[in-house]
Design a protein around this ligand. Structure first.
Ligand code: ATP
Ligand code: MG
Length: 497
């Protein structure tokens, strides 16, 4: 292998076909003396050798004329054949290794003619984790060698997990959740597909070690609240953003709320509805507010008969780890939004008043329940308060561009669609070309780790399996299991006779 040329952060290497014992995404190092250039392979192509097109055309015409290839008993053409078969490997420079330390802004380059170029996947764990071996979450393997990230890499950070459908995003989220909770963190999951609720069990049916640290919140069942717990500020947000209430009606609602509060000292659902139906006001405003109150009541989430669910004690965590799963499956969109609006308001106030520890929030397909103005709030204000979001999506364009720019960590699974990759390439922590070239070639169950968690050295990882029951499957009509189908058929036909 020889270095051909360097252009900005891209390096081109010439090599013989049998020297290619690496895959796209693998790392190579070019050693010169005691320093080495660290490079990630992003493409392999035929070398552009002058006259090759002419040679190929000549060969084709010869075949055409004689009907067979040229006879060459002394193999005199082997050198020219070898030259024609030379490959050009394109790689991205990720840094210079000097005494096991990596520098990304070095001006050093290896000797073009004598540099020894070898595979370097086995060095990645050392380089990216700065030799820290504590607090590791094992994510899988790189070239057969176990690979993990430290929990600190996610702490205080904004993380995105993205990839096309069924590429293994939720699976990765579950591995991270397990790792975080095992290391003592508090994790909340907004579960729209009801696929995290079985994390308390292992695949073999037994209880998992997460069982005693987890709680599933089912809105309307073991998760309810009261109007006074929601508070006026959050109620106004709910009316405006969840139920699209006009601002005049919101103002009127605020006036009524304050009036009841002055008169009674507290506010309840009944008092609000009662006052709304009697007080003198514009009929269309009354109707608008009454219909909103009916919807809130129908959600089942506001229940004045019970004490509001105490999130503070639920999230109390003195280092043993806490997993709270909010089951949003089977809820209508407005109720989902209502609950998330309440949760985020509540969490930020608890965090602001130092009443709970910082918390990791896993949000699947957040655009389904997160209003637009909340994105920025979550990635700036709430993150500083101690709410660290992990967004999971198969539609990258549902996450605003600004969020990609601010993302500290990205778990990228395969995308075949150029537009999707274009969106992710807006991320600040990797060059756009690498995202586009590597994102397309990622095999199933492989993931590209980008960002702080790997010290900005993107790593292609084979994701490990999990012992936990993950329930990440989609219900289907036709099954491949022919025996089971046959059984069902037999039972049915017995029943008929
Ligand atoms: N590394 C892995 N080892 C074993 N099984 C895996 C792995 N990755 C994914 N799976 C399995 O593949 C299936 C699809 O994975 P998963 O549900 O995580 O995909 P997804 O990207 O979240 O899909 P969707 O876009 O539909 O939400 C699941 O049954 C999951 O358990
Ligand atoms: Mg999923």
């Amino acid at each position: 292998m020889r270095i051909l040329q360097k252009h900005k952060d891209t390096i081109e290497i010439l090599c013989k076909p049998d020297e290619i014992d690496f895959n796209i995404g693998d790392y190579l190092v070019a050693w010169s003396g005691d320093k080495a250039l660290l490079m990630q392979v992003i493409d392999v192509a035929y070398a552009d050798i002058p006259g090759v097109t002419e040679d190929i055309l000549r060969d084709l015409s010869a075949e055409e004329v004689n009907g067979r290839s040229l006879f060459d008993p002394y193999n005199v053409s082997s050198l020219s054949i070898l030259m024609r078969e030379i490959r050009k490997v394109t790689a991205k420079i990720r840094g210079v290794i000097n005494n096991s330390h990596i520098t990304t802004n070095s001006t050093w380059l290896p000797n073009r003619f004598s540099a020894k170029i070898v595979k370097a996947n086995d060095k990645l764990m050392k380089i990216t984790q700065n030799e820290q071996n504590s607090n590791l979450i094992t994510l899988g393997t790189v070239d057969g060698v176990s690979f993990g990230i430290t929990v600190n890499a996610l702490d205080g950070r904004l993380t995105i997990i993205t990839g096309k459908k069924e590429s293994g995003k939720s699976h990765m989220a579950k591995i991270l959740i397990e790792g975080l909770v095992t290391h003592g963190a508090s994790v909340m999951v907004l579960d729209v597909n009801g696929e995290y609720t079985s994390l308390g069990y292992r695949i073999d049916g037994g209880e998992s070690h997460l069982m005693e640290r987890m709680l599933i919140l089912e809105p309307g069942e073991n998760f309810t609240t009261t109007i006074s717990e929601i508070g006026l500020g959050c109620m106004l947000d709910i009316l405006e953003h969840v139920y699209n209430t006009p601002s005049t009606s919101c103002r009127e609602f605020s006036r009524i709320w304050k009036m009841i509060e002055r008169r009674e000292g507290k506010v309840s659902f009944e008092m609000l509805v009662d006052t709304l139906s009697h007080i003198q006001m514009n009929e269309s405003v009354r109707e608008a507010l009454m219909s909103r109150m009916n919807s809130i009541e129908a959600s089942g989430f506001v229940n004045e008969e019970r004490n509001p669910t105490d999130l503070k004690s639920i999230l109390h965590n003195s280092g043993e780890g806490r997993l709270v799963i909010v089951d949003l499956l089977n809820l209508i969109p407005a109720t989902r939004r209502l609950i998330v609006e309440y949760l985020l308001t509540k969490l930020s106030s608890l965090l602001k008043n130092n009443m709970i520890n910082p918390i990791f929030l896993f949000a699947e397909e957040a655009h389904l329940y997160l209003r637009e103005t909340y994105w920025e709030d979550i990635v700036t204000r709430m993150r500083h308060l101690g709410l660290f979001p992990v967004f999971i999506t198969n539609q990258p364009d549902t996450i605003p561009e600004a969020v990609y720019r601010q993302a500290d960590n990205i778990f990228l699974f395969n995308f075949s669609n150029e537009n999707d990759l274009e969106r992710i390439s807006k991320a600040a922590r990797i060059d756009a070309e690498s995202v586009k070239m590597l994102g397309k070639t990622l095999p199933p169950r492989y993931c590209l780790l980008i960002g702080r968690m790997v010290s900005d050295i993107p790593v292609m990882l084979k994701v490990r399996s999990s012992e936990l029951k993950t329930m990440g499957y989609t219900r289907i009509f036709f099954r491949n299991d022919t025996k089971r189908q046959g059984e069902t058929y037999w039972r049915n036909s017995e029943a008929i006779h």
